[in-house]
Ligand binder design. Structure first.
Ligand SMILES: NCc1ccc(-c2ccccc2)nc1
Length: 241
């Protein structure tokens, strides 16, 4: 049975890229099934209203609860995780992506305006897990871009979606570190040479060099990741770096 992804949004056309390339092929091959649903389908007024003024005052508008509950009742298979992108969410990480890839599917609720009435997430939690997640510390105009990011991160971990298994296993963040630099032909290019070890054929030396580069880059660019590593993640050889 395909991994099922459903997205509810007031901008369904924004999710069109989900039908392209990698994901498109995976869908054709029956590995992934994608549904995009216009929230306004579940409004009941002639103006198809989805938002209203915030209780307590303040700027902007808030998305009304009733259309969302009707949409989720129609779209969400019971027990399926509901993902709500929000700047106020827990962090979405590669580990989270891997967890979700092992589930039967996901439903995404794309907020716009100042977000969705909080009671929608509270109500939805009665019908399955709900994850309010952030893809980074910046505010977007809505959750749609975040959904594209998360769908890509999760579906590429589904067996069969990415041809080359190894490339998935050797991802950045797969071992908690950043990947080091990559090179291809020519060996010398505009006065810049590929590190000789990579041309040496000494695979043990190449592996050592790559690990050292990965650690060096992580320490330089993301010391937070280094600090987050489990105690035993760094071997004796790593300490020498
Ligand atoms: N952390 C990424 C992210 C996710 C969602 C939103 C957002 C902004 C406005 C309305 C609804 C969602 N912003 C940033």
């Amino acid at each position: 049975t395909p991994y099922r992804v459903d997205v509810v949004t007031i901008f369904p056309e924004y999710l069109a890229p989900l039908r392209q390339s990698l994901l498109g092929k995976a869908a054709e091959r029956g590995l992934v099934a994608i549904g995009v649903h216009d929230l306004r389908r579940w409004t009941d007024d002639v103006h198809r209203t989805v938002d209203d003024a915030p209780y307590g005052g303040g700027p902007g508008m808030v998305m009304r609860p009733e259309p969302w509950a009707r949409a989720l009742e129609a779209v969400r298979p019971p027990g399926t995780r509901l993902v709500v992108p929000t700047p106020a969410g827990r962090s979405f990480t590669q580990a989270v992506a891997a967890e979700w890839a092992a589930e039967p599917g996901l439903v995404f609720a794309c907020g716009r305006y100042e977000g969705i009435d909080q009671r929608v997430a509270d109500w939805a939690a009665r019908h399955g897990p709900v994850s309010e997640v952030s893809i980074g510390d910046y505010v977007l105009a809505g959750g749609e871009s975040a959904v594209l990011v998360m769908v890509e991160a999760v579906t590429r971990l589904i067996p069969g979606v990415v041809g080359n298994r190894e490339s998935v296993e050797y991802d950045s963040h797969a071992d908690g570190l950043l990947e080091g630099p990559s090179y291809t032909r020519p060996a010398s290019w505009r006065g810049l040479d590929v590190p000789p070890v990579l041309l040496s054929g000494d695979h043990a030396a190449i592996a050592r060099w790559r690990r050292a580069e990965s650690l060096r880059r992580t320490a330089a660019r993301r010391p937070d990741l280094l600090a987050a590593l489990p105690e035993d993640a760094l071997g004796p050889a790593d300490r020498a770096v």
